[in-house]
Ligand binder design. Structure first.
Ligand SMILES: CC(C)(COP(=O)(O)OP(=O)(O)OC[C@H]1O[C@@H](n2cnc3c(N)ncnc32)[C@H](O)[C@@H]1OP(=O)(O)O)[C@@H](O)C(=O)NCCC(=O)NCCS
Length: 243
């Protein structure tokens, strides 16, 4: 059961609410997930199911879950195509020590009022929702368990964006969390970060790369399609409150 549903210490500390997460809810485990929460006096549950399993989504709705977002995943086959090497005034390189405060600032500016599942829940404090992304970005710089690499975008000696990268297994790389400072947005920095992320996955020996986002984040999906990613799967994120 531990793998299906678990108490999330990070969410609990952030929101001051006993929180559980179930990343793969199915018809077969839904009642056990709910039992775990009731027995463990969980107040708040974040549950995900495949967007293809509408029967599971409807069963969750019947239990009082509310939809918060739809996450869409794309995959790029790294065995085909060649690395993109477009010229751009932004230089992409690994983060170095002493740059964490800058990462914190970029994440804080870019994710203020974002539209992820935390922000969609009116019961969660909006400032703490913003902080979820900021602390994720900072932890990515500090712990290899969170990210294997953090790439930064540097323009005229100033950091204007970052990308956190993970090797999920020897063949699969993932571009996890990306942000571009509002003052540098819409100038192609994100596209540059994605193409550098692709190259990072290739140098690690991965044969595929995955990325994901909210289905309404059209800016990033435009870039992914242009860089040769294809849709892979979608997940619904639900929240359930037990009081
Ligand atoms: C989404 C984000 C990373 C895009 O960064 P960016 O450097 O501005 O992106 P690019 O300049 O490479 O632009 C990519 C495309 O998206 C478009 N775009 C960028 N921001 C947009 C927005 N807010 N709304 C609509 N389209 C947008 C660009 O115009 C461009 O399309 P075009 O070539 O047809 O004009 C940036 O806005 C951001 O950090 N947002 C908040 C955090 C986030 O969404 N992170 C990604 C998910 S983890």
């Amino acid at each position: 059961m531990e793998n299906v549903v678990y108490v999330s210490a990070i969410d609990g500390e952030r929101f001051g609410i006993k929180t559980a997460r179930a990343e793969k809810v199915t018809k077969g485990n839904l009642s056990r997930v709910l039992e775990f929460c009731l027995n463990g006096k969980v107040s708040f549950l974040i549950g995900r199911c495949s967007a293809q399993d509408l029967d599971v989504a409807q069963a969750m709705e019947a239990q009082g879950f509310l939809i918060m977002d739809t996450q869409i995943y794309y995959l790029k086959d790294l065995k085909v195509g060649i690395p993109t090497m477009d010229s751009h005034p932004v230089n992409i390189r690994p983060v170095v020590s002493g740059e964490i405060e800058k990462i914190r600032e970029i994440a804080s500016d870019a994710f203020r009022g974002y539209y992820g599942h935390y922000h969609a829940d009116p019961r969660l404090d909006k400032y703490k929702c913003d902080e979820a992304y900021v602390s994720w970005a900072v932890r990515s710089c500090l712990s290899k368990e969170v990210a294997d690499e953090v790439l930064v975008a540097e323009r005229d000696g100033d950091l204007v964006g970052f990308a956190t990268m993970r090797l999920n297994n020897p063949s699969e790389g993932e571009g996890v969390l990306f942000a571009v400072s509002p003052r540098a947005q819409k100038t192609g920095v994100y596209r540059r970060l994605i193409s550098s992320g692709i190259n990072w996955c290739r140098t690690k020996g991965a044969t595929k790369m995955i990325v994901s986002t909210q289905i309404t984040n059209f800016a990033v999906q435009k870039v992914w399609v242009r860089e040769g990613f294809e849709p892979l799967k979608a997940l619904y994120t639900f929240h359930k409150w037990f009081d």
